[in-house]
Design a protein around this ligand. Sequence first.
Ligand code: FPP
Length: 270
Amino acid sequence: MKATELLKSTRSEEIALLDQLDLKRLPRHVAIIMDGNGRWAERRHLPRIAGHRAGVKVARETIETCARLKVPALTLYAFSLENWRRPRAEIDFLMRLLREYLKRELPSIHKNNIQLLVIGRSAQLPEAVRHDIEKAMRLTAQNTGMKLIVALNYGGRAELVDAFNAILDNVRLNGLSAFHADEETISNNLYTAGLPDPDLLIRTSGEMRVSNFLLWQIAYAELYITEALWPDFSREKLLEAFVNFQQRERRYGGLGVSDGRRNGRHGGAR
Ligand code: FPP
């Protein structure tokens, strides 16, 4: 099926972008740092929470677009370990918003065969939030479509600490005195074990930082930073990111197809 049909898009800007997309070369895992809700609200003289409400709408649309295009995995950075430094009222609002979102959207997530996963130190989340995410993960556990991963109370360094401790526990428990860890051991003990590493990391609001997000997993990810604030990150802007991703040449430290040396131009053949 063509991308325009998958998205049932009628907007000419979107159609033009969809026509450029190769559905077979979409990122296998898209990770997004959703940034700029507060600034979006401030610019409109609204309270910060209005920016978060607008951000949820965009998250919903982004999830739908990725699922329709059959992106295998999408990770959204919803709440970091550092976000506890925000005012209590804002934290409580974000937690409420997440529960509201789950309550409203879970039936449609499930109907669309999406599997919901939550990564982060969930034991430190409020009881009610934990209850709702466990219920959502249980309900969608057998779904075979897109994996929607919500990073909640997440920190990349904390994830590595948790992985190392899990490895050490296993070594002690099984008395593996000659054990040597390798990259696979570490990957398999991260919260994201079994998922492909992100090939595309999107960050909104123009900040040039990775903010402790998926530190191990983004080793080879293409970075796409847009000035758009998260509540303005429309479907068209997401498609622009995908088109841009497909125009990049990914070399993983080797030589690219357009590199002259590969064609013998610098290799002494001529
Ligand atoms: C950044 O804006 C956003 C967050 C702290 C995360 C909250 C995300 C949402 C409400 C989107 C909803 C997601 C799901 C999965 C339902 P900011 O407050 O850091 O903005 P600022 O940098 O402009 O202050």
